[in-house]
Design a protein around this ligand. Structure first.
Ligand code: C2E
Ligand code: SIN
Ligand code: SIN
Ligand code: SIN
Ligand code: FE
Ligand code: FE
Length: 411
């Protein structure tokens, strides 16, 4: 359990940590970890509000996590609940008031809200004390819910949340809400930028880039864990990679609609034009002012290279798009980058992008069956794709599918 000094340090650090512009998923993860540590709670969830629904977006559960083997993560379902007074979280969202319940299995029958036992039944978990706090933005609107479950004493016996816990969580929630609001704004700006770039339906585009970002982060995390990279470092890179991956095709902003939206196959010269989206995208970030710019440039430039060296644009100067000295093929074209000459983020996004492109309908193609997609990816191991990443891909397939379900095209 945390002592008083550790509690103060945690609060101070949380403020600093959450003030960095961060990806929404990572912000939510940090909010939960710190909130749970603070009141010594076994589990917790964050719901994000969208219109009249609360999306059960993120969950942590120490007890359930311990039942999994090392490195496995909980698969969180993506159910939502309406904002009304019938559920606990819905009640808190509707009223804007926190709720501190000592035992959800012993609620007063006159309460308007009820505890849903569904999750407990499914997971063989016993929820008891539940502290539910609204996350409010600067207009005092509820933008989410923080729910902390099963406070434990030193002997890991479940106890109630104290009035002190409640007060501190309120303070905590106000810091968290600011970060959440900011992250949502960053995400919204990013999506608008991508929408402009692809000039397509913003919903469809949003889903596609969210999926590619999600897959990329999933693959990266497993790759990095295999190498036992420092967890803080993994976190920071995840954050950057997700945004960079979402912008992998931003260079398409410079490609004409005639080519971009052509319903049939591209001819050779059209495809040559299309290939320039890699270099054009990289130029947008060529100032390399930050780690993010560097990652975004790297992803844009390298996401169509192939492990066997037959991809594009190859070893080129980003400004001129001409072959670099000593990297010219006999026909004068640039040599493709091969194997580990392709930066990791490029190799990762190549796999994430093709997985998504094959699984989805495009203006020029129908969606493929999953079995055909998986066969293709397997047979392209060592050809199009880094074999180690293909191995990681298959070991994380359930998680990739969960991301796919979470971000569906809305037609
Ligand atoms: P994209 O639609 O995001 O596709 C990304 C990559 O997924 C493609 O890179 C390719 O490696 C793979 N892919 C997508 N669909 C198929 C498919 O039906 N069969 C196979 N074997 N692979 C597929 P690629 O080929 O370098 O294309 C880059 C971008 O160029 C595509 O991004 C898309 O925007 C455009 N494009 C490519 N071919 C066509 C086409 O025939 N018609 C139109 N309108 N656009 C095309
Ligand atoms: C609720 O807050 O009522 C939904 C969460 C749960 O039932 O565990
Ligand atoms: C949202 O703002 O909830 C959509 C983006 C996300 O789920 O990460
Ligand atoms: C790839 O894009 O290389 C995989 C699909 C294929 O070309 O057959
Ligand atoms: Fe591309
Ligand atoms: Fe793409």
């Amino acid at each position: 359990m945390l002592n008083e000094k550790e509690k103060l340090d945690t609060l101070a650090n949380l403020g600093i940590e959450l003030n960095r512009v961060q990806d929404l998923d990572i912000v939510m993860e940090h909010i939960l970890i710190e909130a749970r540590r603070f009141v010594n709670a076994d589990a917790g969830s964050i719901y994000i509000r969208e219109n009249d629904l609360l999306y059960f977006t993120y969950t942590q559960n120490n007890t359930l996590q311990q039942r999994l083997s090392d490195g496995e993560k909980l698969i969180y379902s993506t159910f939502h609940i309406p904002i009304n007074k019938e559920s606990i979280a819905g009640y808190v969202a509707a009223t804007g008031q926190p709720l501190n319940l000592a035992d959800v299995y012993a609620l007063d029958p006159s309460c308007p809200y009820h505890f849903s036992k569904e999750f407990d039944k499914k997971t063989n978990y016993k929820t008891q004390s539940v502290l539910t706090i609204p996350l409010k933005n600067h207009h005092d609107d509820v933008i989410g819910i923080l729910q902390i479950i099963n406070a434990e004493d030193e002997s890991r016996k479940v106890v109630s949340f104290s009035p002190d816990d409640e007060r501190m969580m309120l303070h905590f929630a106000s810091i968290a809400a600011v970060a959440l609001e900011r992250a949502q704004m960053t995400r919204a700006i990013l999506l608008r930028m991508i929408h402009m770039a692809e000039m397509r339906d913003p919903k469809e585009t949003g889903a596609h880039v969210n999926r590619v970002g999600g897959y990329a982060v999933e693959l990266y995390e497993r790759w990095a864990r295999r190498r036992q990279l420092n967890l803080k470092e993994i976190d920071r890179c995840r954050d950057i990679l997700r945004m960079a991956a979402m912008l992998h095709d931003v260079g398409k902003i410079a490609i004409s609609d005639v080519i971009l939206k052509k319903p049939g196959r591209l001819n050779e010269s059209e495809f040559e034009t299309m290939k320039q989206h890699t270099v054009l995208g990289a130029r947008l970030f060529s100032d390399r002012q930050s780690d993010f710019d560097e990652a975004a440039a790297m992803v844009a430039l390298n996401h169509h290279e192939r492990w066997d060296g037959n991809g594009y644009p190859g070893h080129v100067d980003v400004q001129t798009a001409k072959a670099l000295k000593g990297h010219t093929r006999s026909d004068g074209q640039p040599l493709g980058k091969k194997g580990e000459y392709i930066p990791l983020y490029g190799r990762i996004v190549a796999l994430a992008d093709v997985y998504d492109a094959l699984s989805s309908a495009r203006v020029y193609k129908d969606a493929w069956d999953e079995s055909k997609v998986l066969d293709t990816i397997e047979s392209e191991s060592g050809r199009h794709f880094d074999p180690e990443l293909v191995e990681i891909f298959f070991s994380s397939l359930d998680f990739l599918r969960a991301i796919q379900r979470r971000y569906q095209d809305k037609n």
